[in-house]
Structures are given as structure tokens and as C-alpha cells.
Design a binder for this molecule. Structure first.
Ligand SMILES: [Ca+2]
Length: 392
């Protein structure tokens, strides 16, 4: 039987690809995330189907669109009886775990299922000394863990890998809370950018003319529609809107980039451990985020708007046994396909349609019905999909 890879699925929260140097960022460097892209494949056109945390996370786990899985808003928790890729892997003999951001609901119907071990943040969680929900014999309990969330989540992930049953492959979902607002940096990165300005995007001072009214109405303007908790100071009342945008951009983007630097450092710790433990060749490493983010683009921060900056997700993977270094894929890929990627790599048997192989990451794989349209789009087969929809 073909050796089954371990899977390290790393997902952060609101990390836009244009804040990663492997995607050409003009404002920061992410050397450890770049290692994944440089030693594997970078996807340049990966998009979410609903640019907000909870729905995107449900789409990724289940491989289905939100009208199918029922998770349509931040307030619709996921039914944990739904089929997910970790459940399929667990049933196929994988050791499975999830640590960090979950944001798919709490309580018996919504906490993680399909995992041999887990510890997740309730809701958004906190950056410092976060509370986690842990499984117990009779259900679950909340406990506070001392430390900085990005470090703590990494420690949990490393503990799981170090203490695994070496006879079985593993799949661990390593889910950062960062860089979701309010962007609280750790001490190590607090001084970054202190005496310098971060370059502004060309369209920071967008005036929304010649655009649909929604653009002007959107309450996502940098410096104007932000809270004191975002800015960590009182908002100035002696600036016009454009001055406030310029001031607010520097205040928030520096904190956003500082918390990303901790994610990058910690991903580096895990990559170093995989190498040290001799697991590098046998582990598929994926890095993604639940959606993108406006980095001052159009004068906005946040997401939840159908623009490329918010819909585009970073998606890079490394698996030396099958993926050539420095590969780039510009096909359109959707978040509902992440499950397919993990299942394929693990060669998990299941209710697949094996008569429909398609090219993806330079390989052939069977796809299942929920991923079918997206996978065909990934082939560039757009017109036939649209024709089929028109006729159905
Ligand atoms: Ca998010």
C-alpha cells in the first residue's frame, strides 16, 4: 500500500495573501511561510465562497457550500454530525486533532467531533492567557492556559505530534486565532515598525465615485469605522476623514503585521521540528486562512465584501514526495476543495466517484460530488459548468 502522508493543516484567521512575502507583499516578510511555498506549490487564485469566519470554516471542513451545510452566518453554528475530512481520515486509521480557533459553535452539538484530541478557543478567543474548551470523559470543560495564544496553540500542536502513535499517520489542524482583530502583539514583536511608516496601498484614499452605493456605505473604513480596542488609543477628533485614514492605517497595519510575525515564527518552529524528527518528507503541510482581508485597500480594513482582497485566500502546500519545489498554480480553486486535497493525499477510501479524475497539484485524484463543480473550475472548465447550471 502506498505510504500515507501525515497532514499538518495550518489555518490562520484573516491573513490576507498580500501580507505574505511569497505572494509579493510590499509591507512585510514571512520567511517561514515562504519556506512552504518555495519548497512546494503556491496557489494564486484560491477563493472562499463566503468571506466570513464561521461559514468559510464549515465549507473547508465539510467540503460543501454553505447552502448545503447550513452554516450561512456567524450566528449559525455547525452541526457536528456533518461529515468532515478529519472524520474520514480518522475512520481510515489516522490520528486526528485540532487546536486553536474553531468558531463553529459551542455545546454538545457544535464542539469538535472526529478528533482523537482537541482544545479550541470559545468564539474568537483571547490573545493573552486564553481560555480553551477541552474534552472530558463526560463532555467538555473550559480552562485558562497561560501564555500568548499563537505560542500556546503551537505548543499544543507540537505536543500532539511528539506524543503520537508512530504506527499511524496523523492529521492535525493547527488553527491560529491571529491575525484577527484586535491584533494584540506579543512582547517579542511589539517594537516592529516603531520608527518607520508602512507603505500605503495606492488606493487608500479611494473616494468610491463611479461605484455601486454599497462601496460608499460599507462601514469598514480605516480610522473611521474602527474601535478604540483596534487603535489602542482614543480616536482623534481633529482630523478630516483622509487624515484619519492615513493615521488609522499606520496604527492598525503595524499591529496586524506584528501578530502575523508571531504566526510566521511559530510555523517555523513546527517546520523545524518536522525536519528534526525526520517527518519532513512524509508530511503534507498546508497553510491557508479562512479568507482574505483589506489592508487599507480602497480605504478599508476587514472582509465580508465581494472584492478580490477579501475573497482571495492564501493557499500554499509542501509535500516533497509529489509536489515540485517552487511550483505555482493559477487555476481557480475554492475553499470547498481543501477537504478533497487532504483526502486525496491520504488516499482515503470513501463514497467517491472515481470515474472522474481531474488534474490538481500536478496529480490525478478522484472527486466526490460536493467538490465536483469547483474541481472542474480548477481545470479551467468554466463554460461547461455554467452551461450545465443553465440547463438544470
Ligand atoms: Ca476570519
Amino acid at each position: 500500500m502506498k505510504k500515507r502522508p501525515n497532514i499538518l493543516f495550518i489555518m490562520s484567521d484573516d491573513h490576507a495573501s498580500h501580507a505574505m512575502s511569497c505572494y509579493g507583499s510590499k509591507i512585510n516578510k514571512t520567511p517561514n511561510l515562504d519556506r512552504i511555498a518555495n519548497e512546494g506549490m503556491r496557489f494564486d487564485n484560491c477563493f472562499c465562497t463566503n468571506s466570513i469566519c464561521t461559514p468559510s470554516r464549515a465549507a473547508i471542513l465539510t467540503g460543501t457550500y454553505n447552502h448545503t451545510n447550513g452554516v450561512t452566518t456567524l450566528d449559525t453554528p455547525m452541526d457536528n454530525r456533518l461529515q468532515t475530512f478529519p472524520k474520514l481520515l480518522q475512520a481510515a486509521g489516522y490520528q486526528t486533532a485540532v487546536y486553536g480557533k474553531w468558531h463553529l459553535g459551542e455545546g454538545v452539538m457544535h464542539v469538535p467531533t472526529g478528533f482523537d484530541d482537541w482544545a479550541v478557543l470559545p468564539g474568537q478567543g483571547y490573545y493573552f492567557n486564553p481560555t480553551f474548551i477541552f474534552p472530558t470523559e463526560n463532555g467538555c470543560e473550559k480552562r485558562t492556559v497561560q501564555g500568548y495564544a499563537t505560542d500556546v496553540i503551537t505548543d499544543m500542536t507540537l505536543d500532539f505530534i511528539k506524543n503520537r502513535d508512530e504506527e499511524k499517520p496523523f492529521c492535525v489542524l493547527y488553527h491560529h486565532k491571529a491575525p484577527h482583530r484586535p491584533w494584540y502583539s506579543d512582547e517579542k514583536h511589539a517594537a516592529m515598525f516603531l520608527n518607520e511608516d508602512v507603505p500605503e496601498p495606492d488606493n487608500l484614499f479611494d473616494d468610491y465615485c463611479n461605484r455601486a452605493r454599497a462601496a460608499e456605505a460599507a462601514a469598514m473604513r480605516v480610522g473611521v469605522d474602527m474601535y478604540i480596542s483596534d487603535m489602542k488609543c482614543e480616536l482623534p477628533d481633529d482630523m478630516d476623514e483622509m487624515e484619519r485614514r492615513r493615521w488609522g492605517y499606520q496604527r492598525y497595519i503595524k499591529d496586524y503585521l506584528r501578530v502575523i510575525q508571531s504566526v510566521d515564527d511559530n510555523v517555523g518552529r513546527v517546520l523545524d521540528y518536522l525536519k528534526e524528527a525526520g517527518l519532513e518528507e512524509d508530511t503534507l503541510v498546508i497553510y491557508t486562512s479562512d479568507q482574505g482581508f483589506f489592508l487599507g485597500d480602497h480605504g478599508w480594513y476587514d472582509k465580508r465584501f465581494m472584492y478580490e482582497e477579501s475573497l482571495r485566500m492564501p493557499f500554499i502546500l509542501r509535500y516533497p514526495r509529489e509536489v515540485k519545489p517552487e511550483s505555482v498554480n493559477d487555476d481557480i480553486v475554492l475553499n470547498v476543495e481543501h477537504r478533497v486535497e487532504c483526502r486525496f493525499r491520504a488516499a482515503v477510501p470513501g463514497p467517491c466517484r472515481d470515474s472522474h479524475p481531474v488534474g490538481y497539484a500536478g496529480a490525478q485524484f478522484p472527486i466526490d460530488p460536493p467538490g465536483e463543480h469547483a474541481a472542474r473550475l480548477a481545470r479551467g472548465d468554466v463554460l461547461s459548468v455554467l452551461d450545465e447550471q443553465d440547463g438544470s
